[in-house]
Design a protein. Structure first.
Length: 633
């Protein structure tokens, strides 16, 4: 039954009385402790210092990193010595130094991506609480304390160094939005660097970079993730005031096929030939002297010393080929490492048969995707991928006397490649630089194929390649002659025939004037710099002009947007999507409810504030989820 007014008043009086008694008791306790503290000031000071030290230690160790793990086999025990294997750990490399039954001790030889540690604490995860455990059997999920100095993001714990590591965690959300971070006070930079290291360790999806300009950059999955990372950095890890730049959205540069119809869907034919001729003349006027561009987009350019000529053409890659290159970037990187070790004649362990099978399968998929007359034999002519030798762009060679390709690791390549062997790395380096920053806005290229149609080196260029060797031999000969002259002059007082021997020695060799003349000629030949450097710069410029000879486009990063909304707010959801350049792909109703599931694509550049706006417009009845999907022209 409900309480009456009298019972409520009685309980209020009892509560007031208990509160007054508690206050009186606490005041009496303080009064009784005061005289003793006045009589012993040293003890009080010591107690205060101990209390402040304890508070300080508690503040310093307020938060701990606890590894989230699962036991796959055996029993994990507290205090156990164990190997920590990183994601890049190779057991084949470590077994050359260790045996498979070697215990985990601190005096082991250094092995890449492997350390030893002691499991300090084992926890049972019970919601917000942690229960201490002595041991955990197989199949259980547990928390492990004390691994923050050994594990960056993920690792494999094992009692045997022969254990292969598990693959790193794979996240559906790809980091795409980046900001530059700096402290408001420059003296706080060490705390910011330490805080970013802790953030990188705590969040498996974030990426922390230091650019060439010295900027500290955070790469996150989206707007909400970015805000969460910044809050953690300010309040938990760095605990300093920071300045954040505007979000940096990446783009990609590409080319497309020339259009067959104009803006009003009229076929581009003879009636527009005059306009095309005038446009071509205007474009030719923008190209510097010494560079030839034909009507088909073939760019011919000479090196500054006129000793080499390059002809390069750019073509767009089919979408399925670009997607295939993106999906197999790790395999392409492995191929590049294998080819590098083969070219340098390094003794490496035998290539895994499974890796060879994957490379052969990748080659077959490329041959299937690159079909048509203009792509005939293109797969066998692939020279390199880019940028960073594993990107979605291709460099082909289509000139005689050269047979090198990226498929050397399959064992069907020819090592002797003729006179271009000394400088082919310069051509590849120029291609890598061109694909790393395009001509429109210095963004990486995507889906572009460059073909080297002609590469001619004159006889002077051939002799130029050996000029550095000749100059080195001349320096050695001159140095040896100086030593002989010094030795002869020191022996003059001892032997009267020493001068005759010196004269005969000088008459048998070239004079220093002739040697300096040879060196002067080599310096004149290299007045534009090393020939390899000239080839790098020339190849980069040729790729840029070949790209500008085709219709250029920017590719924007796109989110896949999944929205759950009721039927009443569908119109408002579509209005917000169209306002932000979104495009609806699919709409379906969930059975048994009035909820619609809408799938759309949205540019990353237009996504900031999208979630807040759609919730405001729909009064919270629509909730979007954004995941990076692809690049789109």
């Amino acid at each position: 039954r409900p309480l009456t007014q009298e019972e409520i008043a009685h309980r209020r009086e009892l509560a007031k009385r208990r509160h007054a008694e508690k206050l009186a008791a606490s005041q009496g306790k303080e009064l009784s402790e005061k005289p003793s503290s006045e009589n012993s000031p040293e003890l009080t000071g010591q107690g205060d210092s101990m209390t402040s030290k304890a508070v300080k230690q508690e503040a310093d160790h307020k938060e701990y990193f606890i590894a989230f793990a699962r036991v796959f086999s055996g029993v994990v025990k507290r205090g156990q010595k164990i190997f920590v294997l990183g994601p890049k750990y190779d057991p084949a490399e470590s077994l050359h130094k260790l045996s498979s039954q070697c215990p985990a001790t601190d005096d082991l030889p250094a092995v890449p991506h492997m350390t030893c540690c002691t499991l300090e604490n084992l926890y049972l995860l019970m919601g917000r609480e942690l229960e201490d455990l002595e041991e955990v059997p197989a199949g259980n999920v547990l928390g492990i304390g004390g691994l923050q100095d050994f594990v960056l993001k993920s690792a494999t714990l094992s009692t045997s160094p022969a254990c292969p590591p598990f693959t790193p965690l794979n996240f559906e959300a790809t980091p795409i939005v980046r900001v530059a971070v700096e402290p408001k006070h420059p003296s706080d930079m060490p705390q910011l660097v330490r805080g970013m290291k802790l953030l990188n360790q705590a969040d498996p999806c974030v990426q922390v970079l230091i650019q060439e300009t010295g900027e500290h950059v955070l790469v996150t999955a989206g707007e909400v993730h970015l805000q969460r990372c910044l809050d953690d950095l300010k309040e938990r890890f760095a605990k300093v005031q920071i300045s954040v730049s505007a979000p940096i959205i990446p783009f990609r540069e590409t080319i497309t096929r020339p259009p067959k119809v104009d803006m009003v869907n009229e076929e581009i034919g003879k009636q527009q030939k005059v306009a095309v001729i005038h446009q071509t003349k205007e474009d030719q006027n923008k190209i510097p002297e010494g560079i030839q561009v034909d009507s088909d987009g073939l760019v011919t350019i000479n090196t500054p010393n006129k000793q080499a000529t390059l002809s390069v053409r750019a073509m767009p890659l089919p979408e399925e080929v670009t997607r295939l290159l993106e999906d197999n970037s790790d395999l392409i990187r492995t191929m590049e490492q294998l080819n590098t070790s083969l070219n340098e004649d390094k003794k490496t362990h035998e290539i895994n048969q499974k890796t060879l099978d994957r490379i052969k399968e990748f080659k077959q998929k490329l041959e299937k995707s690159l079909h048509g007359r203009k792509w005939r034999n293109a797969v066998d002519q692939i020279w390199s991928f880019g940028p960073r030798k594993c990107g979605p762009n291709i460099l082909l060679h289509n000139f005689g006397g050269y047979k090198r390709s990226v498929w050397q690791c399959l064992g069907n390549s020819v090592k002797e490649v003729g006179k271009y062997r000394d400088f082919d790395n310069s051509i590849v380096s120029g291609f890598q630089l061109a694909t790393l920053s395009g001509p429109m806005c210095e963004e990486p290229l995507m889906g572009v194929c460059f073909t080297v149609e002609k590469w001619e080196i004159s006889k002077a260029g051939d002799t130029l390649s050996n000029s550095r060797q000749n100059s080195g031999e001349l320096d050695a000969t001159e140095h040896q002659q100086k030593e002989d002259n010094t030795l002869a002059s020191s022996c003059t007082a001892e032997s009267p025939s020493a001068n005759e021997y010196q004269d005969r020695n000088q008459s048998g060799t070239d004079s220093p004037e002739k040697m300096s003349k040879h060196k002067g000629e080599s310096v004149l030949a290299d007045c534009y710099g090393p020939f390899s450097g000239q080839l790098i710069a020339t190849m980069k410029e040729a790729c840029r002009y070949a790209l500008q000879a085709k219709p250029q486009r920017l590719m924007a990063a796109m989110y896949t947007c999944e929205i759950m909304a009721t039927a009443e707010v569908l119109g408002r959801v579509y209005a917000v999507l169209s306002k932000r350049e979104g495009r609806v792909l699919q709409e379906e109703m969930k059975e048994g409810t009035d909820v619609f599931i809408i799938k759309a694509v949205l540019p990353v550049a237009e996504s900031f504030g999208f979630a807040d706006e759609i919730r405001k417009r729909t009064s919270g009845l629509a909730s979007p989820q954004l995941v990076f999907s692809h690049w789109e022209v």
